[in-house]
Design a protein around this ligand. Structure first.
Ligand code: ZN
Length: 128
């Protein structure tokens, strides 16, 4: 029986490194994280946190990376399909864990995820 070994190897490694400069990424890690802040800025990417909740349809708000500054753009739509669409377009890492987390959020009616946005996608959130 090697069940013990396989469960240990399926754990997320506690140390993650930037895929460009190989610097260690600061904890806590999020599923979408592959670059350090310096490299993300260099590549013109923006990390944004999307918070969603069920309120007469799905209501979405976006926060800057500091998790304090709200972006002006808010979204409201009827279908949960749109959440998957945003996640995919926003460069969300759609691995099994991420899908389960989004599934769960939809089930309980609220949740959040990190998005890795391009300069243009980010600019659109800066406008109402
Ligand atoms: Zn880096």
């Amino acid at each position: 029986m090697d069940s013990e070994r396989s469960s240990a190897s399926s754990q997320i490694p506690s140390v993650r490194i930037c895929e460009l400069c190989r610097r260690h990424l600061p904890a806590p890690h999020t599923t979408a994280e592959t670059l350090c802040d310096a490299c993300r800025t260099k590549k013109g990417r923006h990390r944004v946190y999307m918070f969603y909740m069920l309120r007469d349809g799905w209501f979405c708000q976006f926060l800057e990376q500091d998790l304090k500054t709200p972006l002006p753009k808010k979204l409201h739509f009827k279908s949960q399909e749109k959440l998957w669409e945003i996640a995919e377009r926003g460069g969300f890492n759609m691995n099994l864990e991420a899908r389960q987390s989004l599934d769960h959020g939809i089930e309980i009616g609220r949740g959040g995820m990190w998005l890795d946005l391009s300069e243009e996608q980010y600019r659109r959130l800066k406008h109402r």
